[in-house]
Design a protein around this ligand. Sequence first.
Ligand code: FAD
Length: 387
Amino acid sequence: MLDFVELEAGLNSEERLIRDTAREFVEKEVAPDIGDHFENGTFPTELIPEMGEMGFYAPNLEGYGSPNVSETAYGLLMQELEACDSGLRSMASVQGALVMYPIHAYGSEAQKEAWLPKLGAGEAVGCFGLTEPEHGSNPSGMETRAEKDADGYVLNGSKTWITNSPIADVAVVWAKDRSSDNTVRGFLVETDRDGVSTNKITEKLSLRASITGEIGLNDVRVPEENVLPGVEGMKGPLSCLTQARYGIAWGAVGAARDCFETARQYATDREQFGGPIGRFQLQQDKLAEMATQITLAQLLAHRLAELKERGDLRPQHVSMAKRNNVRMAREQSRVAREMLGGNGITTDYSPMRHLANMETVYTYEGTHDIHTLVLGHDLTGIPAYDQ
Ligand code: FAD
């Protein structure tokens, strides 16, 4: 596997073990059928508990059954999962960084005990409801609202593009608390509550091996103890997104690496004009550029892990890495697809699937444009979001 400047030579034994375990799991259990799942628009749900047993959901958290592995180990895990498919990494990212993380960081003791072990084991599935039909890049405009009464809260509103909502047991729903100056609060909403609907979105041409849906909230009653007590305002959802985007910055490298390895192999095997296409300078140029861009993205991901480990990671660092590494994967998956000729447009090979997936990854968790504005704000001190 491509590791041109030997970044993985410095991994400790736990990090190697996690990388190798994830790689083996993906190769044996998921890779053989992932093309079919992509074609059929399905996710291998039977693997959700197995992924839990293997420790794939938020192993970088401490306590409640999570082993508190290093940020490098967590990143390597995301890289290996996304080398198979962005849908697989999305499953682990949402469950770990967008559902377990907020409960771990902002939940009550009772919430942590009730949900973290079950989510970590894959015995329950969670989803994260922030995006709304009219509020995507600007989630602070959200219209979902919570009204307080004597028994707790009543939630109304709708969320869309929610990964795993149709199969989720619990949704972390972000809503404005009408009784408290419209402050954004996080609510743990069990999906079997009256008034909750979770329709599946079926028309996707990207991230097909992932279940995506809506969350409808129609007079949904939740008790006060379902509110995440430890956070108020947009810091709540945004801090979760920083965790998930960190995983994406690593994951995108995995997708690009898989495209590179597929193209490198194909260039050796495929013969035209009396020999392998890999002997042509044009094909070598493509491989050299892919390897270089992947290596640069790997360097950024490894640096992010160091900063996160020592507590110096800023959301803007993550914006730069998410923006760069996903763009890189989007561009390089197209080059790999091209190198495979006609075979490159089929599900028999991974590049076109990764290429299609990257359209989602480029869009969710802050679009490429929005991360550009985050960086522009950080570099100039002038926010350009509302102009
Ligand atoms: P819009 O915000 O309408 O943007 C449209 C275009 O305008 C984009 O190109 C954008 O970059 C551009 N734009 C917007 N504002 C500006 C500006 N100020 N300056 C310049 N350009 C701008 N959300 C969740 O809450 N939970 C999930 O689990 C989840 N999973 C998802 C899974 C999939 C498959 C997809 C596709 C999306 C998912 N999302 C999820 C939603 C995702 O985060 C949003 O799609 C994303 O934030 C963009 O919002 P939007 O689609 O409404 O696009």
